[in-house]
Design a protein around this ligand. Structure first.
Ligand code: FMN
Length: 253
């Protein structure tokens, strides 16, 4: 088994790595954007695919990756893991339905509550100790689920049924549908940018470049929030107008 994940602020990376270490100690997880992820999928029978929920949907980069590499999924056993800050409805089901179209076998679905990652929106912000508690509880869930898989071969089916599908669709996805149908060109860089280049190094889509000492954002943002949550000058925003908190798993764990 291997893990493949998209993770903006580290939540999903942590969850996939922890789950994998319990199910199959020593097995490795790779970021979606790494050069070797496709070869690793081709070599493996079973895969944990992890991603953050975005507006009760999968990030467009994950959808695009699945579609562009449509031939590699046939016959693969896939366990879809979706992390979220509040509610996803059928977060795991969104990737599962797409992967089934390419003849993958969906062996399970799991929803994991983690701290919020949207640095420029105040709404879901919690004190550090509350975020820490969320991680502790989720770690306990991962341990329970991982043990059941390792010892009994039983996978959870969260997000996969028709009821979950309806919850995701009507709970949120329908109202925000336009936000998840493609990449966005709405990333803004303020004058406080000093052109340090960190954002362009971090971006999984290579969507930021430094020109004349300032970061310029292109049209292919997948809303992972890695640049926004790490910019040393808090110069980058997307959904909000200013950065309220630079979120990240490492700050709360
Ligand atoms: C653009 C965007 C949209 C999000 N939408 C949702 C959502 O619909 N429901 C939810 O519970 N969390 C939502 N979140 C929160 C993330 O899913 C959550 O914090 C996740 O664990 C982040 O994982 P990461 O650190 O691996 O990127 C959203 C985050 C972003 C950046």
């Amino acid at each position: 088994m291997i893990g493949i994940y998209l993770s903006g602020t580290g939540n999903t990376k942590h969850c996939v790595e922890k789950l994998l270490s319990i199910i199959e100690p020593g097995a490795e997880a790779f970021p979606l954007e790494s050069d070797i992820s496709i070869d690793k999928i081709k070599e493996s029978d079973s895969i944990i695919l992890g991603y953050p929920t975005q507006f009760s949907n999968i990030p467009y980069m994950v959808r695009d990756y699945i579609n562009k590499n449509s031939s590699i999924w046939s016959g693969k056993k896939i366990f879809c893991v979706s992390t979220m800050a509040l509610f996803s409805g059928d977060g795991a089901g969104c990737a599962a339905r797409l992967l089934k179209k390419y003849n993958a076998e969906i062996i399970g679905g799991l929803h994991l509550l983690m701290p919020d990652s949207i640095g420029d929106v105040k709404l879901l912000k919690k004190p550090v100790d509350k975020n820490h508690q969320t991680i502790v509880k989720t770690d306990e869930k991962i341990e329970r689920v991982g043990k059941k898989i390792r010892e009994e071969g039983i996978y959870p089916k969260e997000g996969l049924s028709f009821l979950y599908h309806m919850a995701g669709l009507f709970g949120q996805r329908l109202w925000f549908y336009n936000k998840t149908t493609g990449y966005t060109d709405k990333v803004k860089v303020s004058d406080s940018c000093v052109g340090c280049g960190l954002c362009s190094k971090l971006c999984p889509m290579n969507n930021l470049e430094i020109k004349d000492g300032k970061a310029i954002a292109g049209p292919n943002c997948t809303m992972c929030y890695r640049c926004i949550d790490n910019c040393p000058k808090q110069a980058i925003t997307l959904l909000g107008k200013k950065v309220h908190e630079q979120c990240g798993y490492e700050k709360y764990c």
